[in-house]
Design a protein around this ligand. Structure first.
Ligand SMILES: [Zn+2]
Length: 56
């Protein structure tokens, strides 16, 4: 069994967007499921904010 520290980042809709670890900065990923852009801040553990920006 491989042990890793990857954290799962999920869209508010529940879809898994990516796995990894963030330290600084922000990652924005457009969800293919609900088409919203989720923004993840790399500061603290579970601190992330959801962006409700709509992209056509
Ligand atoms: Zn979504």
């Amino acid at each position: 069994m491989i042990k890793n520290n990857l954290k799962e980042y999920r869209c508010p809709c529940g879809k898994l967007l990516f796995k990894g670890s963030l330290f600084k900065g922000t990652v924005e990923i457009k969800c293919k499921h609900c088409r919203e852009i989720a923004s993840f801040l790399g500061n603290l553990n579970k601190k992330f904010k959801e962006s409700v920006e709509v992209v056509a």
